[in-house]
Design a protein around this ligand. Sequence first.
Ligand code: HEM
Length: 101
Amino acid sequence: MYVVMNQLHVPVEGRENVANRFANSGEKMKGINGCLDFMFLHPEDESHYPVVLTKWESKEDYLAWIHSDEFVNSHKQRRDNLDKSPTQSNEIFAYEVKHSI
Ligand code: HEM
C-alpha cells in the first residue's frame, strides 16, 4: 500500500475556495484504478496547511494516475485559472505503508 499527500500552501482567506474546488473529487477518485481513499483535510490549527490525502494499492497505481488524462483534467482548471487559484505552491509527501489495520 502507498500513501501520497499533497500539502497545499494556501493563505487562510483562500481555504474555503480551495476546499470547494475539491467538492466532487471524492466521487471522481472512486473511479480511479487502485485508489483506495481520498480525503481533503482542512487543518484544525490554522498555522498548518490543507492536505490532499490519497491511498493506493501500489505505487504503480499512483504513477499510472499521475500520467493519466484524469489527472491532467482535474488539474487543468487550476492551470487555466492560475491567477484565480489561491494555492501558491505545494509539497508532496509519499510513503510506503509498513503497518495498518
Ligand atoms: C503539482 C502540483 C499540484 C498542485 C499545485 C495541486 C493543486 C490542486 C488543486 C488546487 C486541485 C483542485 C482542482 C482545481 O482547483 O482545479 C487539485 C486536485 C487534486 N489533486 Fe492536486 N495538485 C498538484 C499535484 C497533485 C499530486 C502530485 C497529487 C497526488 C496526491 C494531487 C492530488 C489531487 C487530487 C486527488 C485532486 C482531486 C482530483 C479530482 O477531483 O479529480 N495533486 N490539485
